[in-house]
Write a protein that binds this ligand. Structure first.
Ligand code: BEZ
Length: 290
């Protein structure tokens, strides 16, 4: 295994999911990610002076929006490339693995957009979010949910299997159902205010080849370099009938899981009610009036 720094990033520049990130390419192919995250900022409703953690902040586009609403925001991302891009916006961003968050009761809220599905140890993520929040803190998130990129994933897996690679050993994503994620939130001590799964067919500004170049790094890395171009062509060709419009535009089969949860305040110790004790003289006034 390649040696890793504290963020879990190895020397090849891959984050713990095995994906490499290129901030320029991300901005070009996937600007829509932060745009779709804007409703989350409304759900967060950050107040001036609040401390907010943006978990998996990427290049900081959404972090910047939260900061503009008056909160003090710290971003965390596992990719050094993305951290550098976010810092270039003047944001306070740390490089850390979201599955081992290094915070303790530091934040009023945690927000996470399109990042949690890259973290395949959700229990570790939730434990870290819980530790990072102050009592009563809130956790607002959106991620790929059950059925997300089902067609894309199937095409990636089939083309990999045809090349003799086991797709299960490569699959880099975690797409939970409502029931599964609710149970995990509750088991960690959160109260779920709302949680929903919904389809969001997502236009891809640079097509399927651009999407694969940006997000399918783990699949490509499983193949010898001289097979990668033909693999991408085969996957895109397989997907065209389902995901390319007659006008030639690509629309990805995204399904989002969105939730708002609050950390239950610590339970108060149950005390026996103390019966008021009558003191001598308490009723003197009444007696004098009798
Ligand atoms: C998503 O945002 O749903 C997603 C992005 C890249 C790869 C897989 C899923």
């Amino acid at each position: 295994m390649a040696s890793q720094d504290r963020s879990g990033q190895d020397r090849s520049g891959q984050d713990p999911s095995g994906q490499s990130w290129d901030a320029g390419g991300y901005a070009h192919h996937a600007r829509f990610v932060a745009d779709f995250g804007l409703p989350l900022v409304d759900l967060l409703a950050p107040c001036s002076g609040e401390r907010v953690l943006d978990l998996g902040c990427g290049d900081g586009a959404l972090t910047e929006t939260v900061a503009a609403r008056g909160a003090t925001v710290i971003g965390v991302d596992a990719s050094l490339e993305m951290v550098a891009a976010a810092r270039a916006r003047g944001l306070d961003v740390r490089c850390a693995d979201g599955q081992a968050l290094p915070f303790h009761a530091d934040f009023d809220a945690v927000i996470s957009n399109a990042a949690l599905h890259w973290m395949t140890r959700p229990d570790s993520v939730l434990a870290g979010v819980r530790r990072a929040l102050k009592p009563g803190g809130r956790f607002i998130g959106e991620m790929g949910g059950a059925g997300n990129v089902a067609k894309i994933g199937e095409a990636l897996n089939s083309a990999l299997a045809r090349r003799g690679v086991d797709p299960a050993a490569v699959w880099p994503w975690y797409f939970p159902s409502v029931g599964e994620y609710r149970a995990k939130l509750e088991a960690t001590g959160f109260t779920v205010v709302r949680i929903e799964l919904f389809e969001r067919p997502t236009p891809l500004p640079t097509g399927m080849v651009g999407w694969l170049a940006t997000f399918a790094g783990r699949f490509l890395a499983a193949l010898p370099a001289d097979q990668r171009d033909s693999y991408v062509t085969e996957v895109a060709d397989a997907l065209a009938p389902a995901l390319r419009t007659p006008e030639g535009n690509w629309v990805a089969d995204y399904v989002r899981l969105r939730f708002v949860a609050t950390l239950s305040p610590p339970a108060r110790p149950i005390r026996k009610p103390v019966a008021p004790q009558a003191q001598a003289g308490d009723y003197a006034d009444l007696a004098s009036r009798a």
